[in-house]
Design a protein around this ligand. Structure first.
Ligand code: SF4
Ligand code: SF4
Length: 136
């Protein structure tokens, strides 16, 4: 069965400038989509990645990363925006570190890009009308 797994990866200093992900996807024949990547002041790297492929292969690839001392956290929760409740006030845009919430010039409304969300939860409490929900 094909799955998509969203994970936060924390790379130790010695792996930051290595092509760890491209080597991994070649080795296991899986697809990846990097949603976020940044190097922290202490020189560790953090990435939010979606891996897609056959379930057992994706699991093997993630195990491989762990064996390389990459710290891995699966993102199991999803954020949704209830369009019936949202007033398009824009508060969530200012709170979201990844620009998952943005102002859509065409519709003139606040839109949500699920692919960019790293489930940090910063927006949830900021929405006064409770339009942002956590789906487990
Ligand atoms: S803070 Fe809530 S009501 Fe305001 S735009 Fe964001 S989701 Fe909509
Ligand atoms: S959970 Fe975090 S990343 Fe996702 S939309 Fe809210 S503030 Fe943005």
């Amino acid at each position: 069965m094909k799955i998509s797994e969203r994970v936060v990866l924390k790379f130790p200093k010695e792996l930051v400038d290595k092509p760890t992900i491209s080597t991994l996807v070649r080795k296991y024949d899986i697809e990846f989509n990097i949603l976020q990547a940044q190097v922290l002041p202490q020189k560790e790297g953090v990435m939010v990645v979606i891996f897609t492929g056959e379930e057992d292969i994706v699991k093997q690839a993630l195990k491989d990363l762990k064996n390389q001392n990459v710290v891995l956290q699966r993102l199991k929760q999803d954020i949704t925006k209830d369009e019936k409740i949202c007033t398009h006030c824009g508060v969530c845009i200012g709170l979201c570190p990844t620009n998952a919430f943005y102002y859509d010039k065409e519709t003139k409304k606040v839109a949500f890009d699920y692919e960019k969300c790293i489930t940090c939860m910063l927006c949830v409490k900021g929405c006064m009308v409770r339009a942002i929900k956590i789906k487990f």
